[in-house]
Design a binder for this molecule. Structure first.
Ligand code: HEM
Length: 135
């Protein structure tokens, strides 16, 4: 279960990352370099818009991870969009997504620590588990 301390560590780290120029560009460059399947999914996608969407949705993932919250409330439409009937994002792709994100946080957050790492994993795993379930 996500604790208040984890949420604060995640929130503050996310803010530092968002304040670092090119954080999201670096994340997508890393993520796309991992497989041709991922590159195909993003063919023709407006990446400036995609970055704005991802920025907003990381806060939704944080809200969805709070104790007593049904993740559907915050992530229902995002999960439906990624499901087999729409973007068709297969569950294993979320491991690559999370790895690329964590490597980018480690590289870009000047206050990165073991605790910050654990906080990101804790918050993200609730959202990812929910997204995978909706596939
Ligand atoms: C928890 C993890 C993820 C979150 C929070 C997330 C969030 C989002 C959001 C908010 C959008 C915009 C949706 C819209 O325009 O309606 C989006 C689009 C998209 N996402 Fe994800 N995503 C995640 C994981 C992934 C993964 C693993 C992939 C694998 C390739 C992926 C591929 C895409 C693609 C291809 C689009 C569509 C871009 C477009 O056509 O405009 N996402 N994502």
């Amino acid at each position: 279960m996500t604790t208040e301390n984890q949420t604060k560590l995640f929130h503050d780290s996310l803010k530092r990352c968002q304040d670092t120029p090119l954080f999201f560009e670096k994340f997508y460059a890393r993520f796309l370099s991992q497989s041709v399947e991922i590159q195909r999914k993003f063919e023709g996608v407006d990446m400036a818009r995609q970055i704005r969407m991802l920025k907003a949705s990381l806060n939704m993932v944080m809200l969805a991870s709070q104790p007593g919250i049904d993740p559907e409330f915050y992530l229902g439409s995002v999960a439906k969009r990624h499901s087999s009937g729409d973007l068709d994002i297969a569950p294993p792709l979320y491991d690559l997504w999370l790895n690329a994100l964590m490597q980018t946080v480690e590289e870009m957050d000047p206050k990165f620590s073991k605790e910050v790492h654990q906080a990101w994993l804790g918050i993200m795993s609730t959202g990812i588990q929910y997204m995978r379930c909706c596939y």
